[in-house]
Structure formats: structure tokens, C-alpha cells
Design a protein around this ligand. Sequence first.
Ligand SMILES: [Zn+2]
Length: 501
Amino acid sequence: MKRIAFARIAQESNALSPVATTLADFESAHYLAGDALLEAATRGPEVAGFFRRAELAGFVQAARARKADVEPVPILSAWAASGGPLDRACFEALEARLVDGLRAAGRLDGLYLCLHGAMGALGVPDPESRLLAAARTVIGGAPLVVSHDLHGNLTRARVGHADAIVAYHTNPHRDHVRTGRKAGRIAIGTVLGELKPQMAWRSLPMLLGGGTTIDFLSPMRSIFARMRHAERSREILAASTFMVHPWNDDPALGWSTLCVTDGDAAAADRLADELAERCWAVRERLPPEFRSADDAIAAARAARIRRKLGCVVMADASDVVSAGAPGDSTHLVRALLERGSGMLVYAAVRDPHAIAALWPRDAGETVATQLGGSLDPARSEALTVRARIASKHDRPGFGRTLVLAIDHVRLVVTEGPALVMRPSFYTEVGLDPWRADIVVVKNFFPFLMFFLPYNRKTIFVRTRGATDFDAAFALRFDGPMHPRDRVDDWRERDRLRRAIA
Ligand SMILES: [Zn+2]
């Protein structure tokens, strides 16, 4: 009987956010270990409040399918909402718990690690590779299989420590379980001596491209189809394209491709190279330009019938909490207050200071207060308002929450990250999207699925914030970076990054 450990340490970090992620953020969002983790990955919910089943459930399914040969050994699972990089104490605590957990697990024949791939930690370069190195100190040369979000950033150290890396095949992501199962099958096959994974990869000096980067839309559709097709052959164990999270502080940032084959290094190399060429060919297809707040409000006003039949959903693309922004931006809500009169607006802002100050007040009271711009004051200014406290709530994940009525705007003020992408963010505090003209979300993609019943028109709005695509251009890179700079040839940087002479 072979024993394969499994663990998760996952968070997507935005290096531009000044709000560091702490151990308390993980422990309050999702933290499980030992038997409780095995139970959650077997029967669910795997990440309560977020995922009924995800990668670890997929891994456990793969292990159950080989239960005569393999025992899955739970170590720990820690997940936090996107935000700023982990503070150092948080990173070191998680790293120590992973190492201690692996040591305490007894003899291990392999390890599956579920990592986001775009996690940052203050003062720790490439922290996820360091986790792999730390795991290696316990498991030695035993097979180590890693799964990543496709927004992860591959590095030489990462690929060097892992026997295989697999990533999602969908964006917006909806194949967490399948990805875990794929990683599990590779780990199990390798541990049992049935597979000999060979990995090859490419790294592109490319931050943006591929249009909307949605897997079922052009131009990425054909690249995802190519990967799926490749994986139908027995020899190709996994083919991945990483459309990197651009706000990650690593000089060797960029899109990358990776292929894992069973024993055929040359085939892995050929496919990784082909996928890199395909990605490079769509580099000029930049993300769509987003509207200004004024244009967005005018467009919503003109969409009278659509507002009657449902609502207009405005995505605040400069303050996307699910991509690590602080969620305290006031630009869009200020514009909606000033120029959106006559339309009922639901919006959200995170402000723990305002919550602390207003929490003793009762529902129904009118208060004068400052809101927002407190976590990231360099990017937006506080709003000064008179508001009626419409309701008070204490919610897991969001913390203490106030709904404020300010003229035609219902503003949901949260203590914790204002991860606004599901209608339940509003319905749970008594705000019915059927009644609203405009509903603001702080998310790039998944809201499109969740708001389908209500949404009659989607408008992406750009103001100024930590998730502006060109804000990432201010980060440090190891050379010219498309599309900030002109880059004619990707191969030279790829060779440098992979240290190929
Ligand atoms: Zn992602």
C-alpha cells in the first residue's frame, strides 16, 4: 500500500495591494487539517462557503479509484481570498505547518500539492517554489505533483522541484475537481511505477494578450481545444497554458506553457513549444478597453428597457477583489452618487474603520461618515456622506456589514474583503437585484455566470486601481515585457529563464 499525502496552500496575491494577507485571513476563510480535511475532501464541502468540491476532492476520487494500492494522507488545506501578498509571519507559519504535517504523517511515497501559482509573500521571492523545496526536505525524491490555477507563474525553481505540474483548462475556472483528479492520477501512476512523467515548459515575456482570455471564446478557444485534444493521447498526461496573473511581483513574470508526457521528453518539448508559439501569435489581442465611469452611467441610463427587465451589472475593473484589489475604491460609487440619480444602485465598499465607528449605531439612524479609500489611500479618496443605516449583519467571510442608504444608492460596507461576484452578496442583506437598475460587482469573469438570471447588460468600468492592467507595468521585470515594451522574439528570454545555454 502506497501512501500519498495531499495538501493545499492557496491564495492569489496582488503585489499592488497594500493590504497584506495574514494567517488570520486564512484561518477565518478556510483552514483544515488531518481527518477533518479528509472528510471535507471526501464528502464536502471542501472549502465551506466557496467550493463544495475542488482539487482535493478530485485527488481523493483518484485515490479511491485505486484504493487497493493507494492511501490518501491528509496534511492541511489553507485558502484565503485574493488580496495583498502574505506577510512574512503568515508565509513562514504555513510553510512550517506543511513541513511539520508531512513529518508527522510517517512514511510517505508521494505528495500532491494544490497551490495557486500566483501567491506572493513579503520579502520571500517565489514563495511557492520555496514551499516545494520545503516539502522536498521531508519527502526527498518521492514523486511531487503540483496543481496550479492557470493564472499561476511558472519559474525554473518551480519546474525543477516538481515531477509534474497541471493547471485548469477553463477560464472562468470551473474544472477544479477535474484538475485535482488529473494531478492525482499522475501522482498515483508515478508512485506505483506505472508512469514516468517528463516535463517541458516555455516562458514568454508576455503579460497580456489572448483577448478576453476566456477559454471558450476566440482567440484562446483554439489553444484550449488543442490542449484537450493532446491530452486524449495516452502519452500526453497534461498540457497547460498559464495566462499569468499580471500583478504578481516576480521579475520572470509572463505567460507560460507546460507539457507532461509519459516518458517522452521530446514530445513534451514539442508540445510546450507549439503552445508557446500559439500564445505568442495572439499577443496583440489585448483585453477589451473598459469604459469610463461617466460613459458607463450614460450607457446604463440609456438601457431603459433592459433595466426594467432585469439590471445592468457594472464590473468595477479597477477594484477587482477576486484579483486581489483592496475593495475600498470610491471612484465608481462617487460617480454613481453624483450622476446616477433616478436609478437604484447597489454597490459595495470595504472599510473596516467605518464599520468600527458605525457598528454601535442602530438601524434607522442617520449618520455622517467617511467611507472607503482607507486601505489604499494612494488610489482613491474617502467619500464624505450622510447615510441612513438600512440594516446590520455579521456574515462569515465578509465580517460585520452595514447597508447604507445614500440617496438612490444602497451601499454595502464590509469589514472583510468585499468579494462581490454572486447575487447572494446583495440578497443576503435584503437587496433584491430584480429591483435594482445597476448592480456593481468587483470581479472579472465568474459574475457573468452567477448573475445570468438578472443581468441584461454588462459594463466593465475602468477608474483607477490595483487591478488596472497597465498598473502592472510598474512592477519590476527581467527585461522588455509585452505589451508594455516592444518584444520581437520570445525565445531569448525563454532560454534565459529556463537557463538553457
Ligand atoms: Zn485564476
